[in-house]
Structures are given as structure tokens and as C-alpha cells.
Design a protein around this ligand. Structure first.
Ligand SMILES: [Zn+2]
Ligand SMILES: [Zn+2]
Length: 709
């Protein structure tokens, strides 16, 4: 450990020690925290209590009605006349219980995103740890002199994405970023979700500018759906590379009017006046994509610093974060509110490596496995990484070809915006490079997340047009699996190993002695400590992270930096955070936020459809088609039965026989009473569900279809 490192650590320890009594006091205060119940009057779930009471009331009423009806009507009702003995051993209550549990599971799986007022009893919630009540929200009056910071997406969600924030003052709105969130396996058939921007749609005329921090999809992925909703004259600011990526995305759409793109050069330190009260400035910061920036917004109530995504490197590729400019703003104006990303707040220490280390190691891979083809898989937006592969390959007389739609798209944008340096005569087309001897072939491709349809997997299965993996190939995973993707990555790695190839994954240095082969694009804990100390903000708001990340980020700000707890807010999407004239922040009210889900054909998927899909995937679907005579009301042919994702009919003769018998009896019994079709369907649905549950323990979606001919 060198002297500088020792000093730094000592300083950090001292900072922590000084705060220890404070931390202890906080903890003690916490014990006394006011834990209000969601179900208490004014609480989040107050309605539920009311609803239950209402239902009970309703139930009593209906019961009264039934008793009344019983007294008036003849002893046997028509419904009773149609009743069939189901000869089942399970009670109906068991089936109802199963259905209720199932629907709870399905709801929990399909609605993990933020709806309504989320539970937030963090001590940084702006209400001293008490859950905000509906009554408080209703009575919230906006402070007309406050600047309003409203996260539309990206806070406290499951997974990272959907980043979008708006800053509002009187009738002026500035929008920052429009990201997507890629849905996990919990959402069958959903590819990604985007923020619901109802609030902006209702206030469209007030939107003065749209700003983008950088071109990762969790910040620009929703452009194709959202940008067309805005007035085409609204200026859209971003760096060349960022705007290039947005334009590429928009060019895939038809009938889009020319949009008002305004490229910014962050090195000019230009203060762009976007409205009467707002001016914005882009600041160059390091991340894992070209053209990355933070944004400073000057407002009547102070300077807001939105960090965007960032990391710190001692020896960066290209130009270092513009610390000089940041220091200047901090010194001359001060940061009144800092929004800081939270992605890697749980990674201890400092970012240990630079991209050059990754480049060196990629070179070593080429040396160690010199006789075969080298296939490097990484994120398609890692332009810096790609530049390093090109450099290392060129130095060894290797050629490089690229594969993957997004990879080639991004490269085009990088070349056009001059965000990448390319050595001469190194890049080749895929169809040409395969004619070279193996020791001269390098391929850079997508698929490092184990995506089924991406290039790497297609090379494994033999579905790729030009490349089939062979045992002399070396495949480098210059990436880490995104949480949730691990099993898919394992699958791809297994496939590669089964072909006899060499696989070198980042983070497994002990196997090959080669690493790191990837760097996270986000700052580690101690990087945050240093950077927040440097910015010395009056108020602090963690963003860009799941709830635990926001919480840990806030704890860092209070316990290590020493920002008073009242000046830190952990908000959720939709919370209105006011920055008041006297430079205080407070949570005050909510706007409506939510998600729109899309499939891989970019078509919107309704939440109800997701619930059906989950239900069917667990329990299946069962369809019965009855053909009744119009004249007699009797069955005129054997009912058709269709079972999908439930039981295999050929193996279920007994059960099918029982159901057919039931349907015959049921329709016979219905002849005399001639019930309405809807009633008959309902009764059949319920009985069949009961019979199926009795036989299988499952309650598929039952659909009776009745034709009268
Ligand atoms: Zn990013
Ligand atoms: Zn991001």
C-alpha cells in the first residue's frame, strides 16, 4: 500500500469514527420510531379495511336477501333443480382457497413494479420514517415557489432501468432521460417496460427541454415510444454519440416528424438557457460508454446536480472526468441538491482497475491462445472495450469482424460521432474473415448475457451463418452477468465447453490467471464517498437503484459524509420532492406513475394478459365446446374437450369420461328450467373447475363454449 493509499484509508476511517456517536444516536432514535400501521385511518391500506367491512355488510345484505327470497319462493329453486352430484371428494372451500392463493401469487408476480403509494418507511423517507398516509397526500399543497424534482422511473424498482426524472418550476418542465427496464422471467412474453408518462402528457405544453445523460438503454431505450408524444419543436439535448444512438432508434420508426436535436459539447461548459427559469450544463464524466455526462440544472432555488451514471478511474481511456469544472461550480455556486446514482453502492472499496488493464488482459489472451480464433463477447455499447480489442488485435496481426445487430449499429454511431479510434486495415466483414487462417481471426460479438437468440448462442447451436464453434476456439466473456441472467450465461458456457472450446470468464482469474476482463461502469462505495465529499451538496437524493441501494447510498451520505438526515430523501417513482426557496427539500404529494409493458415485437402487452399467461403457465387451460339443440336444449353431439398446458388428454380417459357424463346430466337437467346461457356457462365453469381440482389439485382457466343449433 503506498503512502497516498494509506492516507486515504486513514482519512476514511477517521471520517467514520467521528460519525460513530451520531450513528449510535440515530440507531437509538430509530428504536423510538413511530411505526404507524398501513391499515390505520389515513394509512395506505385503510381502504382495504373499509372494503372488507363493506363486503361484510354486503354479505349480510345478500344473506338477508337470500333469506327473504327463500321465504317467498318455492322450496326448490331453478338452480337447485339443475344441480348435478359431482361425486368429488374435495370440498368446494379447498378449491376456493387454492384459487385465492394462486391469484395472490399471480398478482405478486405480475405487479412487482410500483403502483399506488409504495411502502416506504425508510428513515430518509421525508416523514421521519412514518409511512405517508393518503390523507397527507390528499392535503398536500404544492409550494408555488418550490422547484419540484419528480422521479418518473428508476427508483426502488426491481432491477435497474426505466430512468426518467423531471424538474419543474411554475409552468416549466425539463425532462432528463427516458429509459427502459428489461423484464425478467417473471413477466412471460414481456421484453421491456417503459415509464407511464401520463403526468407529462397532461402538461405537455410546459415541457421546455429534454436532456439525455448518455446512451445506455436504461436511459434512452424508451425514446421510440415516448419522444413522438412530445411537441417536435421541443429541443432534445445530448452529446453527439448519445443523440446518434437516439436517432438510430428513431430511424426504425415510420411517420416521425423531424425532431429538434441539439448536440452539446460538454467541454465548452456552456450554460444553455432552456426556459425563463432554467439553464442546463452538461459535464463530461466517465462511465462505460462514449459521450457520457452529468447534468447541472440551475434553478431559482439553487443548483441541482444530476450525476447520471458514472465511475472513477485513475487512468481513464480518453479524457478524465471534468473535475476541474465540477470543483469550479462547487466553489462558485455550491450544489444545493445532488441526485446521485446508487448502482454499485454495495461494492466495497474503490474501482480497482482501468480499461487499459482489461485491454492488456485481452492482449494476453491473444498471446496465450495464439493459434486459434479469439471470440470476445461484450455489451454492444462498450465502444472503449471494442477499441482496445482492435488495438490488441492489430498489434498481433489479427483481423477483427463484428457480429450482432446492436453491435454493428453502435459501431456505426461511434464511427460517425468520432467516438472510436480504429487501426488501419484491421476490421473485416464476417464473410471475409472466415477465409483467413484461425490465428488471424478475432470476432467481437453480442451474447455475453446468454441471450438465446444472440450471436454467441447461435454459434454454439450451429445456427450462425458463418461461425460454428470448434475446439480450437477461445471465447472471452468480457462482461459480468446482469443479476438474473446467471443461469442463461451458464447455459451458454456449458454449450461452448461441450464443443471443446476454451472459455475465459471475467471474475474467474484463478482458472486462467487472466483478469480483469471487464470493468463495471459504476463507481464503488469509496468512490462515492470521495465524490460526494467533493461536491459537498446541501441536500442529497439517491437515485438510479433498487430500494436497498438507495438506502445504502443515503446511509453513506449521512454516516460517512455527514449530510444531516433531514437533508436526505429516499423517494419512489412518482413522489414529488420540493426544493424550497430556503434550500430545503421535502416530499410533498405524488403524481401518477406506472409501467407500460412491451413484447419483442414492440407491441404493448396489457397487465391482464400477463396475469393470464402466468396463470396458464402454472395451471393450464381447459376448453369445453357444447352443441345444444335449439329446440330441445339437449346435447346433440359429444362435447369437444381441449386441454392445453394442463393434462394430456390421451392419458386421462377416466377424467374425461367423468366430465362428459357430468355435461350430459347437466344439460339434461337444464332442459326444463331453460336458464340464460350466461348462467349455464357460469355453473358449468364452476362445476368443471371443481371436478378438475378434485382430480389434479389444479384449477386451470376453464372456458365453456355453448353453441345452439
Ligand atoms: Zn449507463
Ligand atoms: Zn444507468
Amino acid at each position: 500500500m503506498n503512502k497516498q493509499e494509506q492516507d486515504r484509508r486513514a482519512h476514511l476511517l477517521k471520517m467514520r469514527e467521528e460519525r460513530l456517536p451520531g450513528i449510535k444516536k440515530n440507531f437509538e432514535e430509530l428504536q423510538k420510531r413511530n411505526f404507524n400501521s398501513n391499515f390505520a385511518p389515513g394509512g395506505k391500506d385503510e381502504k382495504l379495511v373499509k372494503k372488507t367491512t363493506k363486503t361484510t355488510k354486503k354479505a349480510t345484505k345478500t344473506a338477508a336477501k337470500i333469506t327473504k327470497a327463500k321465504a317467498e319462493k318455492p322450496a326448490i329453486t331453478e338452480a337447485e333443480k339443475r344441480k348435478v352430484n359431482l361425486s368429488v371428494s374435495t370440498k368446494k372451500g379447498e378449491m376456493v382457497h387454492h384459487q385465492r392463493m394462486l391469484s395472490q401469487d399471480v398478482n405478486a408476480q405480475a405487479t412487482q413494479h410500483i403502483i399506488g403509494v409504495p411502502v416506504n418507511k425508510s428513515r430518509y423517507n421525508g416523514y421521519k420514517g412514518a409511512q405517508v398516509t393518503n390523507a397527507q397526500l390528499k392535503s398536500a399543497r404544492p409550494d408555488p415557489e418550490a422547484v419540484r424534482v419528480i422521479p418518473i422511473g428508476g427508483l426502488g424498482e426491481f432491477g435497474i432501468g426505466k430512468n426518467m426524472t423531471i424538474i419543474e418550476y411554475k409552468s416549466e418542465i425539463v425532462v432528463v432521460d427516458m429509459g427502459v427496464l428489461f423484464a425478467g422471467d417473471d413477466y412471460p412474453g414481456v421484453n421491456y417496460m417503459i415509464p407511464d408518462i401520463k403526468y407529462l402528457e397532461d402538461n405537455m405544453a410546459n415541457v421546455k427541454a429534454i436532456l439525455f445523460t448518455h446512451a445506455h438503454l436504461d436511459h434512452i431505450g424508451a425514446c421510440r415510444h415516448l419522444l413522438p408524444k412530445f411537441n417536435p419543436l421541443t429541443p432534445i439535448y445530448g452529446t453527439d454519440f448519445t443523440l446518434g444512438m437516439i436517432k438510430k432508434q428513431m430511424s426504425e420508426l415510420e411517420d416521425i416528424p423531424e425532431l429538434n436535436y441539439c448536440p452539446v459539447d460538454p467541454f465548452k461548459h456552456e450554460q444553455i438557457k432552456v426556459s425563463e427559469h432554467f439553464s442546463v450544463e452538461f459535464i463530461h464524466t466517465l462511465h462505460s460508454i462514449p459521450g457520457n455526462t452529468a447534468i447541472v440544472i440551475r434553478t431559482p432555488n439553487g443548483v441541482i446536480y444530476l450525476s447520471g451514471d458514472w465511475r472513477h478511474e485513475e487512468k481513464p481511456m480518453g479524457i478524465q472526468t471534468d473535475y476541474e469544472r465540477i470543483d469550479e461550480i462547487v466553489k462558485k455556486e455550491g450544489i444545493t441538491l445532488m441526485l446521485n446514482e446508487s448502482t454499485n453502492i454495495d461494492s466495497p472499496g474503490k474501482h480497482p482497475h482501468s480499461e487499459y488493464d482489461v485491454g492488456d488482459n485481452l492482449g494476453k489472451v491473444m498471446d496465450n491462445y495464439a493459434s486459434g480464433r479469439i471470440i470476445v463477447s461484450c455489451f454492444s455499447s462498450q465502444i472503449g472495450r471494442i477499441e482496445l480489442v482492435l488495438k490488441e488485435a492489430a498489434e498481433r496481426g489479427r483481423k477483427v469482424a463484428f457480429s450482432g445487430f446492436s453491435m454493428i449499429n453502435n459501431l456505426e454511431v461511434a464511427l460517425r460521432s468520432k467516438s472510436i479510434k480504429v487501426p488501419k486495415d484491421t476490421i473485416m466483414k464476417m464473410e471475409d474473415i472466415i477465409k483467413l487462417p484461425d490465428d488471424r481471426v478475432t470476432i467481437v460479438c453480442t451474447g455475453s448475457q446468454g441471450e438465446l437468440n444472440a450471436v454467441l448462442n447461435r454459434m454454439v447451436t450451429g445456427a450462425h451463418k458463418y461461425i460454428k464453434i470448434k475446439s480450437t476456439d477461445t471465447i472471452v466473456f468480457s462482461s459480468n452477468p446482469i443479476p438474473g441472467n446467471e443461469p442463461h450465461v451458464v447455459n451458454t458456457v456449458d454449450g461452448l465447453l461441450r464443443e471443446g472450446a476454451q472459455v475465459i470468464q471475467n471474475g474467474k482469474n484463478h482458472i486462467t490467471n487472466l483478469g480483469p476482463l471487464h470493468l463495471s461502469g459504476h463507481a464503488y462505495y469509496e468512490d462515492h464517498v470521495e465524490f460526494v465529499t467533493r461536491l459537498n451538496p446541501t441536500n442529497y437524493m439517491p437515485y438510479h437503484g433498487e430500494f436497498y441501494m438507495l438506502e445504502h447510498n443515503a446511509e453513506m451520505a449521512e454516516n460517512v459524509i455527514g449530510i444531516p438526515r433531514d437533508n436526505i430523501i429516499i423517494a419512489d417513482d412518482g413522489d414529488v420532492v420540493e426544493l424550497t426557496k430556503d434550500k430545503k427539500i421535502r416530499r410533498n404529494g405524488r403524481i401518477s406513475v406506472g409501467n407500460k409493458l412491451y413484447d419483442d415485437a414492440d407491441q404493448q402487452v396489457h397487465e391482464a394478459v400477463i396475469k393470464d399467461r402466468i396463470h396458464i403457465s402454472r395451471e393450464g387451460i381447459f376448453i369445453i365446446v357444447l352443441t345444444l339443440s335449439k329446440k330441445t336444449g339437449r346435447l346433440i353431439k359429444t362435447p369437444d374437450i381441449v386441454s392445453r398446458a394442463f393434462i394430456y388428454l390421451d392419458n386421462s380417459e377416466d377424467l374425461i369420461g367423468k366430465i362428459r357424463h357430468y355435461l350430459r346430466t347437466k344439460t339434461d337437467k337444464s332442459v326444463s328450467t331453460d336458464p340464460e346461457l350466461k348462467t349455464l356457462k357460469e355453473e358449468i365453469k364452476e362445476d368443471i373447475t371443481h371436478i378438475l381440482f378434485d382430480a389434479t389439485g389444479h384449477t386451470p382457466i376453464v372456458i365453456p363454449v355453448i353453441n345452439k343449433v
